[in-house]
Design a protein around this ligand. Structure first.
Ligand code: FES
Length: 352
């Protein structure tokens, strides 16, 4: 007895010569097959995809289905089970065999470009109208599974967003497009998205150590040669009886020295030394330490703050701006202390 297997569903044994439409109706797989002409072969609303078996199409099928025949669509009312058949029935598709029409993708992309707030669609990459228009030109490659892997990520992001915001019904598609189809499309696209590559691991020993040791020897040799060839600009040996004016700290502490000189003396414990030398630098270091913990609050504008912001500037502009401003402020103090301070720590211009 011939077998009819409905992909992703069940397999049935049927009497030879069983009409396929009648079988599907009897087995309750006809929810998307209205068969409005009652099996007379004139409406094409009983079409299913026959992936295996079925013999050549008859005249009514050729007339009604035309180009769809190449994609294995057949009129179930015109077919009888004389051999084993493998079917995909609308409404019961599986992600593996889902047939996505290019026109449907164009409808989705057009709708997204015009109606969806693309900036708010969470996706691994930025979705722009221009990108969607480019994708529109390669929908044939996408439905054949040959598009850019990022295309599938974008389509997933758009469909997921539209589904989460109950906007699937708004997509003006010429083809039947149900919530279930969307779920299957998401599954199908997910299979085509490349898995995230794990970051390459490099062992500290020996690879990293070789680099460090090589650089160490190279720097030591270079500095030794430089020291032999060029005299250091040293001043006279220090004497307790002579204190240079101004007395400047090494450059990397000059920022603190400048801060200390600029801080007010509030009396009590809050002397200018305590404020400029301990309290303000302490707050600065504490801020740097706390950044990873307070970042979700700093990036208050992000809608999905539960997700890590990534390493790009786009994902963490407030944090990067604050950090950069802190470093620039410190550099600014160092430059002031180095070039703009003279005797008695008075403000001077470097060229005077
Ligand atoms: S039921 Fe109308 S063509 Fe098959």
């Amino acid at each position: 007895m011939p077998k009819i297997s409905i992909i992703g569903q069940r397999e049935f044994e049927v009497e030879p010569g069983t009409n396929l439409l009648k079988f599907l109706q009897g087995a309750h797989y006809d929810q998307s097959l209205p068969a409005t002409c009652g099996g007379r072969g004139s409406c094409a609303t009983c079409a299913v995809r026959v992936l295996k078996g079925g013999g050549p199409p008859n005249a009514a099928e050729k007339d009604l289905l035309k180009g769809r025949l190449a994609k294995k669509w057949r009129l179930s009312c015109q077919m009888t089970a004389t051999e084993d058949l493998e079917l995909e029935v609308p409404g019961y598709e599986s992600a593996e065999s889902l047939e996505i029409e290019p026109e449907l993708l164009r409808d989705i992309l057009d709708y997204a470009a015009e109606q969806l707030p693309l900036r708010r669609v969470p996706a691994p990459q930025r979705i722009t109208v221009r990108r969607l228009k480019e994708m529109r030109h390669r929908v044939e490659a996408i439905v054949d599974g040959g598009g850019d892997p990022q295309d599938f990520q974008i389509l997933r992001a758009l469909l997921s967003y539209a589904r989460a915001h109950d906007r699937i019904k708004e997509i003006p598609s010429k083809q039947p497009f149900t919530d279930k189809t969307v779920g299957l499309m998401l599954q199908a696209f997910a299979k085509r998205v490349p898995e995230e590559q794990p970051e390459e691991e490099i062992l500290t020993y020996p690879y990293f150590l070789y680099v460090i040791v090589t650089i160490f020897f190279f720097l030591t040799a270079s500095l030794s040669i430089y020291a032999l060839l060029v005299n250091a600009p040293l001043e006279q040996p220090a004497t307790p009886s002579f204190t240079p004016n101004p007395e400047k700290a090494p450059w990397y502490f000059l920022g603190i020295q400048e801060l200390l000189a600029d801080s007010p003396n509030l009396g009590g414990f809050l002397t200018s030394v305590a404020i400029g030398g301990i309290i303000l630098p302490g707050f600065f270091v504490l801020f740097l330490v706390l950044i990873p913990y307070i970042e979700p609050y700093l990036e208050f504008w992000r809608r999905d703050r539960a997700r890590p912001p990534g390493r790009r500037l786009r994902g963490r502009p407030v944090t990067v701006a604050l950090f950069t401003a802190s470093i620039l402020l410190f550099l600014f103090l160092i430059i002031i202390g180095t070039y703009f301070r003279g005797p008695q720590w008075q403000f001077v211009l470097p060229w005077q």
